[in-house]
Design a binder for this molecule. Structure first.
Ligand code: UDX
Length: 446
């Protein structure tokens, strides 16, 4: 008999996981406490922008014409508990307000709500990024609350998907990591992931703590790589070097590699910044804070990038923002996503606005979310409209659309032809050829 799966929390992670599991052939029931999300998903509408997810929903959501009907959504904990053999917990773990530590209240609430309904054998699988030690604590809670007793178990299975590639990463992950305490749990998870494992995806079995730490370590490493190249960008700017050339050259060393070496305004989003902070906070609680002091530096190099972009923009505006119009291309924290959580682009736009600049933002998908978060910024319907009358253009999120812009046409519309590339993604020769003063972070002026 095929396993029945449930997915608790239908945000970026959960909605994608639910749809991908249906694609793999399982019957899936997704739960969210937000009825509006459930209504949208049940009608096949994706509540965020994630390439390929709408097609998966159209293929599987029950009630949609021609769909397999394998994927349904509910707000009922009881229904979820009765339906599922395996329950994936995919709720978010944001940074606590004013602290480094992670807010576990959504994960805790999910376990407290689900466990009392677990009357039959079930495996609860945590996917959220959590402080090490959480799985052990939550396993105890399930043992206390679940009527099924020992037959209700916990496993930890961190998720490594990238926004914008969430569907691809979930269907074809580069590794699957599971933290388990029993052979039964391992066997169930091997069954869930049989398709990718058969296709060659490595399956790493570990204890709870190691599985939780794998995610912390991976995100720390990636953040460190970005801050490393951004530190090199600072030195390049001081010495007159070119960080793009430098990154290309060191990347040829296979031990270093080319990926995650793009210098610019740094990392943002709902994961890397808060994850490294939560990791530092947890290490502190464990008495191992010295081991992670380097992450403090990684974080501060990263935050310095945003300030540096504001300074470059001020310089380009002749020393002050008053009376100046600034066009900002990009609002989401990275391309192919509408997610503006801790977006470096919006942070820069917001700082300039607060310092008196007249900011107009354009983003292909992130406008609605940006306008909710920063309602006082100006927004334009196209890149050209944002650039109209601008004294300086800031390229802050590297959407494909921005690489395809026509610098000559934009030059006609702008008040002054000055552009700052905060992502090292535009072609300097192209823009300079069209008469623009082009400056990129960590690269020489001309
Ligand atoms: C990240 C991890 O990649 C993923 O494995 C984990 O599950 C969640 O966190 P995500 O936040 O979706 O995924 O985005 P990612 O593609 O990693 O980019 C993070 C940030 O780093 C973005 O703001 C991006 O613009 C920035 N970045 C990335 C750089 O500044 N330079 C680079 O070279 C790469």
């Amino acid at each position: 008999m095929t396993l029945k799966l449930t997915v608790i929390g239908t945000g970026y992670l959960g909605a994608t996981h639910a749809a991908a599991m249906a694609e793999l052939g399982f019957e899936v029931l997704g739960l969210d406490i937000d009825p509006a999300k459930i209504e949208a998903l049940s009608a096949g509408r994706v509540p965020m922008y994630e390439p390929g997810l709408d097609e998966l929903l159209a293929r599987h959501v029950a009630g949609i014409e021609g769909a397999t009907g394998r994927l349904r959504f509910t707000t009922s904990w009881q229904e979820v508990a009765e339906f599922g053999d395996v329950h994936f917990v995919c709720v978010n773990t944001p940074q606590k307000h004013g602290e480094y530590a992670c807010d576990m209240s959504y994960v805790d609430a999910a376990i407290e709500s689900l466990a009392p309904h677990l009357t039959r054998p079930a495996l609860v699988v945590g996917k959220s990024t959590v402080p090490v030690g959480s799985a052990a604590r939550l396993a105890d809670r399930i043992a206390e609350l679940a009527p099924a007793g020992q037959a209700a178990e916990l496993a930890w299975n961190p998720e490594f998907l990238r926004e914008g590639f969430a569907v691809e990463d979930t269907l074809h992950p580069d590794r699957i990591v599971v933290g388990v305490r029993s052979e039964r749990a391992e066997k169930l998870l091997r069954e869930v992931y049989a398709t990718p494992v058969t296709a060659g995806t490595p399956f790493v079995v570990a204890d709870y703590a190691t599985a939780e730490l794998v995610k912390n370590a991976a995100n720390s490493f990636l953040s460190t790589k970005i801050s490393f190249i951004n530190a090199m960008a600072e030195v390049c700017e001081a010495a007159g070097g070119d960080v793009v050339k430098l990154a290309e050259a060191i990347g040829h060393d296979e031990r270093i590699g080319h990926k995650f070496l793009r210098a610019g305004i740094g990392f943002g989003g709902g994961c890397l910044p808060k994850d490294i902070r939560a990791f530092m906070a947890r290490a502190g609680e464990l008495g191992a804070d010295q081991a992670l002091t380097f992450l403090r530096e990684v974080d501060s190099i990263n935050m310095r990038r945003r300030g540096h972009m504001v300074e470059l923009a001020r310089e380009a505006c002749g020393g002050g923002f008053l009376g100046k119009r600034i066009a900002v291309l990009g609002a989401s924290f990275k391309p192919d996503s509408d997610d503006v959580r801790d977006s470096p682009a919006l942070n820069v736009a917001g700082q300039i606005h607060l310092q008196g600049g007249q900011v107009t933002v354009y983003d292909p998908k992130g406008m609605d979310n940006a306008a909710k978060l920063f309602p006082t910024l100006g927004y334009a319907p196209t890149a050209l409209d944002a650039v109209r009358g601008a004294h300086v253009v800031l390229h802050l999120t590297e959407w494909r659309e921005f690489r395809d812009l026509d610098p000559a046409a934009l030059g006609e519309a702008a008040a002054e032809r000055r552009i700052l590339d905060g992502r090292n993604a535009l072609d300097p020769a192209l823009w300079r050829g069209a008469g623009w003063v082009f400056r990129a972070m960590g690269r020489p002026l001309a």
